[in-house]
Design a protein around this ligand. Structure first.
Ligand SMILES: NC(=O)c1ccc[n+]([C@@H]2O[C@H](COP(=O)([O-])OP(=O)(O)OC[C@H]3O[C@@H](n4cnc5c(N)ncnc54)[C@H](OP(=O)(O)O)[C@@H]3O)[C@@H](O)[C@H]2O)c1
Length: 235
């Protein structure tokens, strides 16, 4: 392929489209903390990205720069082996929580949010989600518990008080941690409660597969891109 995929450091998110044009790009992935800027500044935001308010993929389409969010469908694809989920609880209320909440809601899974503080909950409440802080939350049964906080990324912290998390896990079926590349305390606890669990490595891979295909107008088979990307990750 006559193409190059590389990294570019962007200090000022408000310059994202300017940079995209100056570099004469056909496509780009956008990462934290510029996903919201990319959403606001692209010419058109497609499908679920409109609800989330963040895009992680930009694609040149003629004279337009179109934004997409592949984190959300990437997450959903990565939980395909989890069946019969009626409700889910998301720990954390940041950008990743937004992507996951909207895709689960779109798929008919009743989704609640639990965060340590209340500032970020307003967005979820206004979007129709049930949202709690640690203070006003009462333990009940959720089929799936998802950690979207960075707790456990570089430390040995749990995303929630051990008693509350234990109470939740003793009633649930599945656990998902968006963190990848290490066994987090959240995953350790899920194992202890014999839950079916996954880390964030497939989510990471699948959002990349979907973004890559968008760069090429979806002309490839998902499985073909996945095969080569998985191969590249072990090189
Ligand atoms: N696997 C993947 O493909 C993938 C994709 C995207 C992101 N991620 C990972 O997802 C994580 C979150 O990213 P984000 O962009 O959503 O972050 P973010 O927007 O900064 O949000 C972080 C959320 O976690 C809460 N939080 C932070 N530290 C906490 C702690 N020690 N205990 C409990 N809650 C805590 C924050 O609560 P407050 O509101 O109280 O501050 C906030 O709600 C990162 O670890 C990132 O690497 C993975």
């Amino acid at each position: 392929m006559n193409a190059c995929y590389t990294r570019e450091l962007l200090d000022d998110g408000s310059k994202i489209i300017e940079k995209f044009k100056n570099l004469k790009l056909d496509g780009a992935n956008v990462t934290v903390p510029h996903k919201e800027h990319a959403f606001k500044l692209c010419d058109e935001a497609k499908s679920i990205s409109e609800k989330i308010g963040a895009v992680n993929t930009l694609v040149k389409d003629g004279s337009k720069i179109v934004g997409y969010n592949t984190d959300a469908p990437g997450f959903y694809k990565s939980i395909q082996s989890f069946t019969d989920i009626n409700n889910a609880l998301i720990l954390g209320a940041g950008g990743t929580a937004k992507a996951i909440a909207f895709i689960l809601n779109d798929k008919g899974i009743k989704t609640s949010i639990l965060n340590r503080s209340n500032q970020r909950l307003k967005f979820f409440e206004e979007s129709g989600f049930e949202a709690f802080t640690w203070k006003d939350f009462k333990i009940k049964k959720f089929d799936l518990i998802i950690n979207t906080t960075p707790a456990g990324l570089k430390d040995e912290n749990l995303p929630l008080h051990v008693e509350t998390l234990g109470g939740l896990m003793s009633q649930s079926k599945y656990a998902f941690d968006v963190i990848y590349g290490r066994i987090t305390p959240f995953i350790k606890m899920a194992k202890k409660h014999s839950l079916i669990y996954k880390d964030g490595s497939d989510m990471l891979l699948f959002q990349a597969v979907l973004a890559f295909n968008l760069f090429y107008n979806n002309k490839f088979k998902f499985e073909d891109i996945e095969k080569y990307m998985r191969y590249a990750t072990v090189l």
